[in-house]
Design a protein around this ligand. Structure first.
Ligand code: CP3
Length: 355
């Protein structure tokens, strides 16, 4: 077991003292980086990158070569699970993810297999162990999955959606069918994340990208209840260290208290919630991750610095904050603007950790 040289990300998640605020960015490996676009062209497609451990490793490390990031995130996608359930994931240029088969009836749900992660998603586990080996203790590696609700939206809609009319139709017409689907997904996600942890992931994040589209009663019943089940089924200690769990419901700012009740170690926040309010509400129970609007990176270096300063001040003194964007970095961002973001954070954050 290689010793971890930089553990401030894991420490902040466990609310232990750190010297400066750790940072990573959702979607930090991706199209805004010219070296990522070159690797993707060489591999052939996005899924070819994901399915080849050497390519997945190469693109995972790319942002770490440019920026002083405190964590790496596995290069993969949340839609690997529905793909392994036989839905046939493909990407059409400019249109995002699509499935050849969709889930619409009770019979469709009954026929879906629960994949065995170590067997059916072995390419993901190979990527995890390859990345861990190449990182050689430089920073911790984050594993991830989509939440059952978020995965179900893609499986029922057949791709990305704005209105969620098919899945919400199912929710209000045949809730028992949706519950059966979500139960299978919760089982699959628990197994998938535990397999990633066994392969070497040192923290895990559950992306509930579309939880915020649910009504407040429906959120508890159709998204949170299943994430709660997953959190309770995860391996929480591995290689002699805690494996922190981060829950990120985009648009979930009003539900922080019930999200903390799951026993997760940290909550991810988007930019619509104030870190000051969030810390008052749940900051003695969980760490907080976020929450700069990714579009701030379209601003000037001065504007970026002011936002970084404001977010650090909003959280205030002490540990328990992991700096991040409130959602994934966008493909049109200039990589030099990320440098301005990192510079500001390196310069301004140590003052918040002096005892
Ligand atoms: O954060 C990272 O750097 C790790 C890799 C990662 C990807 N997708 C790579 C990716 C992670 C953590 C994800 C999660 C993911 N995937 C989510 C949850 C996070 C979120 O953004 O809310 C969702 C909803 C997906 C589903 C998905 N995959 C969509 C909607 C798309 C198209 C997005 C787009 O911008 O067109 C993808 C494809 C995808 N996943 C890309 C990358 C780098 C772009 C593929 C390419 O064209 O190269």
């Amino acid at each position: 077991m290689t010793e971890l040289k930089n553990d401030r990300f894991l420490k902040a998640l466990m609310r232990q003292p750190v010297d400066r605020t750790p940072v990573w960015m959702m979607r930090q490996a991706g199209r805004y980086l010219p070296e990522y676009r070159a690797s993707r062209a060489q591999a052939g497609s996005f899924m070819d990158l994901c399915k080849n451990a050497d390519f997945a490793c190469e693109v995972t490390l790319q942002p770490l070569e440019r920026y002083p990031l405190d964590a790496a995130i596995l290069f993969s996608d949340i839609l690997t699970i529905p793909d392994a359930m036989g839905l046939g994931l493909y990407f059409e240029t400019g249109e995002g993810p699509k499935f050849k088969k969709t889930v619409t009836t009770s019979a469709d749900v009954d026929q879906l297999p629960v994949p065995d992660a170590e067997r059916d998603l072995d390419y993901v586990m190979n990527a995890v162990s390859t990345i861990r080996r190449e990182l050689n203790g430089r920073v911790p590696l984050i594993g991830f999955s989509g939440s059952p609700w978020t995965l179900a939206t893609y499986m029922v809609e057949g791709g990305s959606s704005k209105e969620f009319r098919h899945i919400k139709g199912m929710l209000y017409r045949e809730p028992e069918v949706l519950h059966a689907l979500l139960s299978k997904l919760a089982e699959a996600v628990t197994d998938y994340l535990n397999a990633q942890i066994r392969a070497g992931a040192q923290a895990v994040q559950i992306f509930d990208s579309w939880g915020g589209a649910l009504g407040h009663r429906a959120y508890r019943e159709f998204s949170l209840a299943y994430m709660d089940k997953i959190v309770k089924g995860l391996i929480r200690e591995h290689e002699g260290r805690s494996v922190p769990v981060i829950l990120f419901t985009k648009g979930g700012g009003q539900w922080l208290e019930i999200m903390a009740d799951t026993g997760a170690d940290a909550l991810g926040l988007d930019w619509t919630t104030s870190l000051t309010d969030a810390r008052t509400r749940v900051g003695d129970r969980v760490a907080l991750q976020g929450n700069m609007d990714p579009c701030v990176l379209y601003g000037s270096a001065k504007a970026i610095r002011e936002e970084v300063a404001a977010i650090l001040a909003e959280y205030g003194q002490g540990t328990g904050h992991v700096f991040n964007l409130g959602h994934g970095i966008q493909q049109w961002v200039d990589p030099d603007h990320v440098t301005a973001f990192m510079d500001a954070l390196q310069e301004l954050s140590p003052a918040y950790h002096e005892s």
